[in-house]
Write a protein that binds this ligand. Structure first.
Ligand SMILES: *Cc1c(COP(=O)(O)O)cnc(C)c1O
Length: 459
């Protein structure tokens, strides 16, 4: 299997190189040269076995099948539910797929538990090491740390805004006791953290001397790993499905689109946003215009640039990388992206539906769901459930729907308690989280200071 860049000007690479590269060197995102069909998988297969079978064609010859099987088995053994990603029925036609039974209680574990192991295996084969540097507002940092904490060939430094993450999110990062893990509390905002990371990557001598790498959501291996749970839900329910995806940068929805492209019986996608609704505006009104990011109760969806949309745009442009690059350049210059009517008709209409829910609506969904079934939803999942209710009331969707539950309610206890009156307890493996000692370093929002820390902290 080979991979091409969505901007058409980077070298074609194999899976292992794409995994380590992240972004293509023309600024584009890597996609496979062709979409494989879904494999035939034994009816009794476990989630880990299904994952290895679905992922195998994307990995090609870069990993032998026994190794892939083993890495999938190890990755999904960290999930604390025998079904790995269980389906829970909430009404006649509505299921919630709980993707939050991994170590850090968010769906990002599904990808990052596997991606960490893939990184480590490829690096050890090549005799190389890398140092991951990333910025987080919460979920990505803890999932990335947990994904690589046991890796021999990976070090990780995660920057987060001092005093601005939730206690659970911070504790999940700062209580990991591994010699290859560091966290830095930056005296600044999440944007400041991101700017520091960007500046470190743009400093070529520093980037090369430190062998810097990223595991952000544009990494192909993350998108690939997320295809599997869509396939698992279709197999479990044996009927064509509509999926509702609480969305930030379109990564998760794109994985669903790939599952559909590979042959999974998926009818439609509901793209659910909070007040940061660039995708909903685009899908409903063809208006993709960036706006100021507004903080909400579902912070992991507080995003205005849906970077993974570029992969779908490349398909919509008939895989013309030059055209895609041009269109994105215009988007960056003008702040607005528009798509031709025939392109919309061929690729988007009837497949992607948009809906948005503000904070008041989110709290109302959590309250109503708890009153009706006793189930507690986290605010991100509630945005999805509310979107389904709204579109069904309007007659825009029919038949069985699966909403992806992207976080455990205990990860956002304040919002859940405010809505339902119940403070969700942490699951047993994290019950003592607040007693564990924290290790972190507070640093000023100053590039030279942070660079010195990254360069010297591992001795
Ligand atoms: C990251 C995240 C999302 C958004 O996922 P995308 O891949 O950016 O669409 C939604 N919910 C939770 C809880 C998350 O952590």
């Amino acid at each position: 299997m080979r991979y091409v860049s969505t901007r058409g000007a980077a070298p074609e690479l194999g899976f292992a190189d794409v995994l380590l590269a992240g972004l293509a060197n023309d600024g584009g995102l890597y996609v496979p040269t062709e979409w494989p069909s879904l494999p035939t998988v034994d009816r009794d297969a476990s989630y880990a076995e299904l994952a290895a079978a679905v992922i195998a064609p994307f990995v090609g010859d870069d990993l032998d099948r026994d190794t892939l099987d083993r890495l999938c088995r190890e990755a999904y053994a960290t999930f604390r539910h025998p079904a790995t990603v269980p389906l829970v029925q909430v009404d006649d036609h509505h299921f919630v797929q709980e993707l939050f039974h991994g170590p850090t209680l968010a769906f990002k574990d599904v990808a990052l538990q596997l991606v960490g192991r893939l990184f480590d295996h490829v690096l050890s084969q090549r005799g190389e090491r890398i140092r991951i540097v990333g910025a987080t507002s919460g979920d990505t940092g803890s999932a990335a740390i947990d994904g690589v904490k046991a890796c021999a060939n990976v070090e990780i430094v995660i920057l987060y805004p001092h005093g601005r993450t939730s206690d659970v999110q911070r504790k999940q990062m700062t209580t990991v006791d591994s010699p290859n893990v560091r966290t830095v509390a930056v005296e600044g905002t999440f944007d400041d953290c991101q700017d520091l990371v960007k500046a470190m990557f743009n400093d070529a001598p520093f980037r090369e001397s430190q062998r810097l790498s990223a595991v952000n959501s544009i990494n192909w291996a993350r998108v690939m790993s997320q295809v599997v749970y869509y396939v698992a839900a279709c197999r479990a329910l044996s009927t064509p499905l509509t999926f509702c995806v609480p969305t930030g940068n379109f990564g998760n929805v794109l994985s669903g689109w790939i599952a559909r492209r590979m042959g999974a019986p998926i009818e439609q996608f509901v793209v659910a946003s909070n007040t940061n609704d660039i995708l909903t505006r685009f899908l409903r009104d063809n208006d993709m215009r960036t706006a100021e990011v507004v903080p909400t109760l579902s912070p992991s969806m507080d995003i205005q640039v849906s970077s993974n949309f570029e992969r779908l745009l490349f398909e919509m442009n008939g895989r013309d990388g030059g055209l895609t690059a041009e269109q994105l350049q215009r988007f960056r210059a003008s702040g607005a992206l528009s798509v031709e009517a025939d392109q919309r008709a061929a690729w988007l209409d009837g497949v992607f539906l948009g809906a948005r829910l503000d904070d008041a609506g989110t709290l109302d969904v959590i309250r109503r769901q708890h009153a009706a079934t006793g189930m507690l939803l986290d605010p991100h999942t509630a945005v999805g459930v509310g979107a389904v209710d709204e579109l069904r009331a309007r007659g825009e969707i029919h038949g069985p729907v699966v909403t992806l539950a992207t976080a455990h309610p205990a990860k956002f206890p304040d919002a859940v308690e405010r809505a339902s009156g119940v403070r969700p307890p942490l699951p047993p493996h994290l019950a003592d989280l607040f007693e564990r000692p924290e290790r972190t370093t507070v640093l000023p929002n100053d590039l030279a200071t942070v660079q010195r820390f990254v360069a010297t902290t591992f001795g």
